[in-house]
Design a protein around this ligand. Structure first.
Ligand SMILES: Cc1cc2nc3c(=O)[nH]c(=O)nc-3n(C[C@H](O)[C@H](O)[C@H](O)COP(=O)(O)O)c2cc1C
Length: 324
């Protein structure tokens, strides 16, 4: 059984962190459907250290969802270490639950890069190592890292992974695309195998595992310890169990609309239960559940204009996929 931080993974497919989507309700739903581990949306280390309520809300986890990794981002060693210490204190006092603290070295968004964080750090491997080393010293929890193949060339990840391992990282997740290439390449996950060969710590492969077939191929062709599925789980939380079944040689049918609607409603209930229900998030998830359904164009258009939770739920209940 693979380990990742303090987690023992009872499966090969984990849910990746997704800002705006991978909240506590969605993570619990993915765990129910076979995700071996989940990650929180990234939280700004600066804001955590300042006690920012919204950022602590993003980092909120519960016992039932374990194993879970809490992801943070930032560019300053001291701030990152302080954030790890603060998370560690809350975990020790039973307020939060986590198997590791995961450092984001992969986000390519403009605001994060301008702050010198996320994938901007891929251009400064020594700085990445000093952040990891400071976090490892401050944190009672293992530190893991999420990186990309490189900044603009796919060659740097194995060397970076080796440096991070030396700095004390307990695991590496590698997205095989570079920070600058967007989604231009559709396949090229050989770099994950190179990272796996370069280090002795567990490696999770990420990128493009959009269906069970691709998830299983990524796992077998890269020898990674587990596969991280992010966008492939949006609107399809059953992808973890269908991928795990396929790994055992069993092809499960695609979830029906009835099953998807039931999953959406369970997400709604969990969101209410854990206090994360909001129109914006619910609409974003609803859009994803409708994606690919025959005749969903009009429903998605109306969803775009829906203002309340009731309207969103009503549209989902009304929708019936066209027979093809
Ligand atoms: C809407 C959205 C939000 C994301 N937020 C995060 C994040 O907070 N932290 C992170 O490390 N990656 C984040 N990612 C990247 C994904 O976790 C993942 O690395 C990427 O989508 C590739 O995996 P996939 O092909 O399985 O989707 C985000 C991706 C999307 C689409």
């Amino acid at each position: 059984m693979a380990r990742y931080g303090n987690a023992r993974l009872e499966g090969k497919f984990v849910l990746g962190p997704m800002a705006g989507y991978s909240d506590i309700a969605f993570r619990l739903l993915c765990r129910k459907h076979g995700a071996a581990m989940c990650f929180t949306e990234f939280a700004n280390a600066n804001a955590l250290v300042r006690g920012g309520r919204e950022s602590w809300e993003l980092a909120r986890t519960c016992a039932e969802e374990m194993p879970v990794g809490i992801q943070i981002f930032g560019s300053d060693e001291k701030v990152m270490a302080d954030a790890c210490r603060a998370i560690g204190e809350r975990v020790s006092s039973g307020l939060l639950f986590a198997s590791c603290i995961d450092i984001n070295f992969g986000c390519p968004s403009g605001s994060v890069i301008r702050a010198g964080a996320g994938s901007a750090l891929l251009r400064h491997p020594e700085k990445m190592a000093s952040i990891v080393s400071a976090c490892v010293s401050a944190s009672p929890l293992p530190i893991t890292c999420k990186i990309r193949a490189g900044w603009s060339s796919g060659k740097s990840a194995p060397g970076i992974a080796r440096l991070l391992e030396k700095a004390g990282a307990a695991g590496i997740t590698v997205h095989w695309r570079t920070a600058t290439e967007g989604h231009r390449r559709s396949e090229g996950w050989g770099v994950i195998l190179e990272v796996k060969r370069a280090v002795g710590i567990p490696v999770i492969g990420n990128g493009g595992a959009s269906c069970p077939q691709k998830a299983v191929r990524l796992l077998s062709e890269t020898s990674c310890d587990a596969v991280m599925i992010s966008t492939g789980a949006l609107g399809n939380v059953r992808i973890f169990e269908t991928s795990q079944a396929l790994l055992r040689g069993k092809t499960l049918p695609e979830p029906s609309w009835r099953q998807k609607l039931a999953d959406f409603k369970e997400y709604l209930l969990l969101s209410e239960k854990f206090g994360v229900l909001g129109e914006k998030r619910l609409r974003a998830h609803a859009m994803e559940f409708l994606r690919g359904q025959a005749g969903a164009r009009e429903a998605r258009r109306r969803l775009g204009g829906a203002k309340t939770v009731e309207e969103i739920v009503g549209l989902m209940e009304e929708f019936a996929p066209q027979a093809i």
